[in-house]
Design a protein around this ligand. Sequence first.
Ligand code: ADP
Ligand code: ZN
Length: 522
Amino acid sequence: MNVRSAHSVLESVFGYESFRGDQAAIVEHVVAGGDAVVLMPTGGGKSLCYQIPALVREGTGIVISPLIALMQDQVDALAANGVRAAFLNSTLSREEAAAVEADLLADRLDLLYMAPERLVQSRTLDLLSRARLSLFAIDEAHCVSQWGHDFRTDYLGLSVLAEAFPNVPRVALTATATPATHRELTERLRLDGARHFVSSFDRPNIRYRIVEKNQPRAQLLDLIRTEHAGESGIVYCLSRRSVDQTAEALRAQGIDALGYHAGLPEEERSAHQARFLREDGVVMVATIAFGMGIDKPDVRFVAHLDLPKSVEGYYQETGRAGRDGLPATAWMAYGLNDVVQLRRMIDSSEGSAARKRQQRTHIDAMLALCETLTCRRVQILRYFGEDSEPCGNCDNCAEPPTGWDATVPVQKLLSAIIRLDRERGQQFGAGQIIDVLRGKDNPRSSQSGHAELTVWGIGADLSENVWRGIVRQLLARNVIAAVGDYGVLVLADAAGPILRGEETIELRREPERSQRARTRSG
Ligand code: ADP
Ligand code: ZN
């Protein structure tokens, strides 16, 4: 077989004229029986990289995916193109599963989907050993990375394929690999002899924007009304409750918004997903439970109302915008509380110390992206190991933010934290510290006699908003930390040199644009 027949499959089965990017090279390599590691951004066209070789080669291609809920859709879509596809998972009855197994053994299937936990059962491995196999495709291969953002234990078992099926080519695919994850998945899946296809992760049509969070729902509404009226979009929220409330708030403003999270009944979730996929102009408000494997080309915006836990997650989620290559927006509102909340979630989580360290590293990278003064895209791509030039299509390129020397205000803030702690044995969260700095009376101040402190009012020259921006950036840079249930502020590693005057610190001046967004909607 050769690439010409691969090309004819591309045209006759999928109806496309030409391969994109690395697709042709990958298909050729796999058709010839080679192993491959494929790193391609979301929407890059990974599916064809194994579907076409599975159709060109003899036997059945086994597709391993964690997304059981999507298998039916994937199989239906393939069947609509005349591809003989099936899946094996727990949603099938015993009889249905037996029929699929019989089809496999009789070589009547081009593609068979299953989850890793199914594949590694000895019964399944035995079944596969009696079938004629064209390839294994390991989708979402980053899930094997123990330190990645989306680890799934079942993926570790996939290393058996190398030994059990030495003659069947294996293709591992992911959209979320940093150089470290790339190395790890290659090793764990024993793909030592594989060829690596690393596409550019750039999605040039997506405009990245990260704004200061003031009134998130009003800001979101403003974004939708002024830039994306009547268009499809996804809004990500951290909690189920905020999904429900945000969807409700958008509907109250006449926007066709639906909610999606794991707490909703299955029927409601699939009905909402189906409407989002089929109809134009639906806004899906969702937790990150929504979106993996969703292939809707004309999603015009992805909005984050809460801070994602990693750059990988952020990039995967924003990557669902603009798959058709037309201009799309990745917009995020982010504020002080996001930092406090996310750090607290990690501190109080179950994981090992090493796991928590890893999660903190992920968040730090995400925060650095939020606070950067330079091109967002350059920073994202560098994170994925790729060098690039300022893009001209992100907020920082369009309206470069300025930095300002914040050394003196930061020293004031650090002193206030120290004074309250040393002189009064008191620790407070951001709100109270800022009130002390601004000399703003509140019941707690009067009760504790804060007005007598030497630090009282020493920061009255700056607005509350500016102070919140300062606290947020200091948290992001580990100059201070917010600890415990109340998020009390304490000094962190990077504070010493600034306090002693050995280092200056430059912060990002909050640009006018968030101000504008507020007045427009207000
Ligand atoms: P990924 O899995 O990398 O996120 P998909 O495989 O779902 O991406 O492909 C994204 C979209 O691009 C799909 O709608 C797919 O049909 C389309 N696509 C993929 N390859 C091509 C191609 N060569 N020509 C035209 N459209 C393509
Ligand atoms: Zn840029």
